[in-house]
Design a protein around this ligand. Structure first.
Ligand code: SAH
Ligand code: SF4
Ligand code: F3S
Length: 417
């Protein structure tokens, strides 16, 4: 080892699954350099993998750094990840370094010798039972509220050969779930298109589930629908962010589809794959969202009956087009609208979870529950199941008989067959 100053590290991750996956590469790289992963309080280096998507995320990161500064053995604090210029400037006086994530192999640290290894060539140290595989980075869509094109840059697809190699490695190691990641996977173009990529991975020998996010309604073709239907390993689960149910707002968001287009896409999906679980993202309180426009969203939201949804209050971000638009909805009103949608979601997810009672389902065991002796798992439709079992089962498939349900998930017991 080339240093004795740094022997341990810790990584704290904010944001989406792509950030989790990026952190896994930093961990893999640091391990190769002889460092050991440790809790933050005992580490020589703490890496904070950040997210600028909403102001609340940046505020949380700031609070975290202030706390880390109080740790007795004073770790070196490195801030990296998806940061807007403005947020980088704000956090930089608090951190020891603010460094670009993709250049981790040439970060100015004594134990590194500036190797310039392309980020995707770094080996992964996976942090859970899901094998995340980033198939593309960046985004070209420029939804008017979104920071991603500024923090991650333009869209880039990794070659399919590289993606398939990474998937095969994960399967060989025994991973039962492969999750393909990209901001807009339907426009994947790494030598083959997205449908073809799914079909190729589906052919790989082994017992595993194949998931992917995120899909954009504008690119969600029949071809993809039939691919999900035909490929046995591709799960009957689809995350399709709608963002708003009002056409004027969708236009201002630079989302080139109408509420009617979205309804029809969902209809086509459900016609072909009736038991598909459907989730979405919605933003409430976008500039210009009047009560009437919000009602259009609420109507679509209750009509479609989602299994799950991530509802966000609009947060103005610098550099984005929407940050130039006048904010017309108060924070209090955003909270009210959020609450209305959460109530609708509670009803629709309860309805969606009900039919599972009494059924025997395949479940991938994902983690321990806080309740002693209990575990969490996920169904094919990405529903959480709570059941009794020992932690050796984590990462494995089990059969569970569903005994109860609520809006937020299912309860069950392990079934012998
Ligand atoms: N590429 C994905 C997701 C990007 S970010 C997509 O196209 O949908 C994840 C979610 O965060 C978005 O779907 C959106 O609902 C939410 N989001 C993004 N920017 C936001 C902002 N400025 N304010 C509130 N929510 C935002
Ligand atoms: Fe993920 Fe976007 Fe946040 Fe980056 S900015 S971590 S891509 S949600
Ligand atoms: Fe963001 Fe829209 Fe791309 S939400 S990541 S600009 S598809």
């Amino acid at each position: 080892m080339t240093n004795n100053l740094f022997t341990s590290y810790s990584i704290i991750t904010y944001g989406c699954q792509m950030n989790i996956n990026d952190s896994e590469r930093i961990a893999g790289f640091f391990d190769e350099k002889g460092l050991k992963e440790a809790p933050a309080e005992k580490s020589d280096i703490v890496v904070i993998n950040s997210c600028s998507i909403r102001q609340s995320a940046v505020d949380r990161i700031e609070g975290k750094i202030r706390k880390l500064r109080k740790i007795k053995n004073k770790p070196l604090i490195i801030v990296t990840g998806c940061l807007l210029e403005k947020d980088r400037k704000k956090l930089s006086p608090l951190a020891d370094h603010v460094l670009p994530i993709t250049l981790v192999s040439s970060w100015p640290l004594p134990f590194l010798k500036k190797e310039n290894i392309p980020f995707f060539n770094l080996s992964l140290k996976r942090s859970g039972p899901t094998a995340y595989v980033s198939i593309m980075t960046g985004c070209n869509n420029f939804c008017s509220y979104c920071v991603v094109p500024y923090t991650k840059g333009r869209e880039f697809s990794r070659p399919a050969t590289e993606v398939i190699k990474e998937v095969k490695e994960a399967i060989k190691k025994g991973y039962r779930e492969v999750w393909l990641l990209g901001q807009n996977v339907n426009s994947y173009n790494g030598g083959v298109d997205f449908s073809k990529l799914l079909k190729e991975i589906n052919k790989i020998h082994g017992n595993f589930w194949l998931r992917f996010t995120t899909s954009h309604p504008k690119d969600f073709s029949d071809n993809i629908i039939f691919t999900i239907k035909d490929c046995k390993k591709v799960t009957n689960y689809l995350h399709l962010p709608v963002q708003s149910g009002d056409n004027a707002i969708l236009e201002k968001m630079n989302r080139p589809y109408t509420a009617q287009d979205y309804r029809e896409t969902v209809k086509r999906v459900r016609r072909e794959i009736p038991d598909i679980a459907l989730s979405t993202d919605i933003i409430v309180g976008f500039p210009g969202e009047t009560e009437k426009k919000f009602r259009n969203t609420a109507t679509l939201f209750s009509e479609i009956q989602f299994d799950m949804a991530y509802i966000a209050r609009y947060s103005s971000r610098s550099q984005t087009a929407a940050s130039e638009m006048e904010e017309t909805v108060s924070e209090e009103e955003k909270r009210r609208r959020e609450k209305i949608l959460v109530e609708i979601l509670k009803e629709s997810s309860l309805e969606k979870n009900k039919p599972y009672k009494g059924k025997k389902l395949r479940v991938l065991v994902t983690k321990e529950s806080k309740k002693k002796g209990f575990l969490f798992g996920k169904t094919e439709g990405y529903k959480t199941v709570l059941f009794e079992g020992s932690k050796e089962l984590i990462g494995k498939f089990i059969k569970a008989e569903i005994t109860d349900y609520s809006s937020w998930g299912l309860k069950g017991k392990i079934s012998r067959k």
